[in-house]
Design a binder for this molecule. Sequence first.
Ligand code: BLA
Length: 244
Amino acid sequence: MFEAFLERLAADVAARGGTALTLPQGLDAADSSRKQGRIRSQAWQLPGIARLRATRLDAGAAVQVLNAVAYPDHDREQPLLGIDLLSFGTRDKLVAVMDFQPLKQEPAYLEHYLAPLRRLQGSYPAFAAGEEMRSYDANRYFSPWLLFARGTISTLQDPLAAAFGQLLDAYWAMHDAQIPNPALRAEVAALQLDYDIYSAEKDPAHGLFCSYFGKEWADRFVHEFLFPGSATPVAVAANKGAGR
Ligand code: BLA
């Protein structure tokens, strides 16, 4: 089911004039030597978006994933687009998170950028049940109106398919309404860097990557592809300072 979602995302990227970015050697695809599983990733640049990345993990009925993040150009302080969809077929379990991930938590910022997401959440009660976060801090780079559910595939798959398309439409509409401001560059760059460092530290997927593709590949994937800001010298120095 997530393959159709990825196709929809890729079609939107193409319609917006996106161009493919080159991935670090060996991170565009990997096959598990331990269990049945294949991971594939792509990234694009498009007008106003410095980097949109997307990953599909296909491990048959055990687990299916679509994960994607859009990083706007630094002259835009708008939220990142964040998507994390996981389905565990053998357990009839689905976890879906879709958000406009805010760089700031100030009420004026949230009201300005998140009104469309708030409306969308209002139309999908299944994704507005206040599902609890265990590894992330819900107040850091997540919005109060994110679409988030853990439940069965049978109950969530139809609303998810409908909500996914509407989420993309809403994100592009918000994106198109922004006027870039070069004065924002330094601040937005610093906030996006912090997002990468924080996300690399908290991402609950590392264990899953290790179990399929080994620790060495998993570490590279997290720091060089998913959250490349977490591999910059400033991030490495910060982590050393924190004793990690
Ligand atoms: C949760 N994401 C999870 C979990 C896994 C992944 C295994 C735990 C499942 C659970 O909580 O029930 C898996 N994350 C992945 C995989 C990739 C990944 C396979 O990045 C592969 C690329 N996570 C994101 C983004 C968002 C996000 C962009 O990467 C934003 C929408 C959210 N994932 C997110 C949240 C949870 C989650 C909020 C619940 C974690 C928690 O309870 O704190």
